[in-house]
Design a protein around this ligand. Structure first.
Ligand code: GSH
Length: 256
């Protein structure tokens, strides 16, 4: 198998941790379409997004949630999905909260850092920090005395570990969320999570400028669904309009 992946992408990290947790061998291929414009990714991911999985016979699967569902069906041991149907639904809700809300809010935070000279930058940073804190509190409550979100380690935990440690970089102290803090320490004992952390730290050590981490060679930044909803919902519509009119937005291709 091959996995199109990118070391700092939370979606790619989730899928890669699932492969590692299950002990499935794969070749990682580092790609980020908005930054490198390499077309091979498009053959596996019509939206030009990572992660995308290429099976040994050449068939492809795009989207982290769909990849993780496939891995669970094809390689059920060790499981990353609870047996109980309600817990399974909770797992999907927590994964969705991470993929949609956590991702959009943190994207807003980093976009504000990359566009630090725009008039909205300070307000965007503050809005993202406040909303990220609310989301962390929500996760803390979801633990409700459990070691992991759904009892044993599941995709919900792999999705969440891609966001919770970012609190520190955003100036948020999770000391007031003791369940979440203990959960993060527990997660760091899992080999697949530790490997992910090493890859992330190595990749971040090479990032000297957040703008070039987000902006492609033509100055465009990748935007889509919930990432676009966030600044509009938070009232930063003029910022969005200026980016759009200035040709600074890159969207997934049409018809996907
Ligand atoms: N729904 C997708 C979202 C994937 C996604 O947005 N990936 C980002 C990286 S975090 C990407 O590839 N963006 C395209 C780009 O920046 O060129 C999934 O769950 O896999």
């Amino acid at each position: 198998m091959k996995l199109f992946t990118f070391a700092t992408s939370p979606y790619a990290r989730k899928a890669r941790m699932a492969l590692d947790f299950k002990g499935i061998p794969y070749d990682p291929i580092e790609r980020c379409y908005s930054l490198d414009r390499k077309h091979d990714l498009l053959s596996a991911s019509p939206r030009a997004e990572v992660p995308a999985l290429v099976l040994d016979d050449g068939r492809t699967i795009a989207d982290s949630t769909i990849i993780c569902e496939y891995l669970e069906d094809a390689f059920p041991d060790p499981p990353l999905r609870p047996a109980d149907p309600y817990e399974r639904a909770r797992m999907r809700q927590i994964e969705d909260l991470c993929d949609r809300a956590f991702d959009a809010v943190s994207y807003g935070y980093w976009i504000a850092a990359a566009r630090k000279d725009v008039p909205e930058a300070g307000a965007m940073t503050a809005a993202a920090r406040a909303e990220f804190t609310l989301l962390l509190e929500k996760l803390d409550r979801q633990l409700d005395g459990r070691d992991f979100f759904c009892g044993s380690v599941s995709i919900a935990d792999l999705a969440a570990i891609c966001y919770v440690p970012a609190a520190g970089a955003m100036g948020i102290d999770i000391a007031l969320m003791p369940q979440l803090k203990a959960w993060a320490a527990r997660m760091n004992k899992i080999a697949a999570v530790r490997e992910d952390r090493k890859r992330l730290v190595a990749a971040l050590s090479k990032v000297h400028d957040i703008t070039s981490e987000l902006e492609g060679p033509d100055g465009k930044v990748h935007w889509r669904d919930s990432r676009l909803e966030w600044p509009v919902r938070r009232g930063f519509i003029d910022f969005v309009a200026r980016e759009f009119r200035g040709g600074k937005m890159m969207f997934p291709p049409e018809g996907v």
